[in-house]
Design a protein. Structure first.
Length: 191
């Protein structure tokens, strides 16, 4: 048992939260960190001092919901995207990745920031036109809070849960703290 597992299972906290350095998307989580095909993770490990830090690779599965709201009627719905397949799983994963990259705004991913934001904007615009989706809301929270999962970055304070909305605005993709669904004023929409 590692010291980190011991501390977590014993509910001992040292006041050391987990800084996010890199966010990535993969179809093959068991191979990603060691196959060398993903330069971003290797670059991050090279740039950040390894003697002062322990590095953890977290794999998160996201439950994606499609929520439809119509302000002019009392009709609202919420379904798992896996049931509707409104957005295919690859695009779903890439949108989550890009939204998290924008939200945490890590220093090690600054080099590719414009490209990542451009891809996010294009995806959100495509979702808006094709599926009438006005925003993407992200809620990250572990079942059992612990400092190991109290994520932060240079732009985000440490927290056991992070809730934000990503949507297209006049200046491109924007992040709004909290979960505010933005339905188009004319015909309702999905969030």
């Amino acid at each position: 048992m590692s010291i980190h597992d011991f501390l977590q299972s014993s509910a001992i906290e040292l006041g050391i939260n987990t800084e996010i350095h890199y966010i990535g998307y993969t179809k093959n989580p068991s191979e990603r960190p060691i196959n060398g095909a993903h330069r971003g993770l290797s670059d991050m490990l090279y740039r950040v001092s390894t003697e002062e830090y322990d590095f953890f690779i977290f794999y998160n599965l996201f439950k994606v919901l499609s929520i439809g709201m119509s302000p002019s009627t009392a009709f609202n719905f919420c379904f798992a995207n896996s049931m509707l397949d409104e957005i295919n799983v690859d695009e779903e994963g890439r949108i989550i990745e890009k939204a998290l990259i924008k939200y945490f705004s890590t220093e090690t991913q600054e080099l590719n920031k414009k490209n990542e934001e451009s891809e996010l904007e294009n995806s959100l615009e495509r979702l808006g036109m094709k599926n009438n989706i006005g925003s993407v809301c992200v809620h990250i929270e572990m079942e059992e809070p612990h400092e190991l999962y109290r994520f932060f970055s240079r732009s985000v304070k440490p927290s056991d849960r992070h809730i934000f909305t990503c949507r297209i605005a006049g200046s491109g993709a924007e992040i709004i703290e909290g979960s505010k669904f933005s339905a188009p004023a004319t015909s309702g929409g999905n969030a």
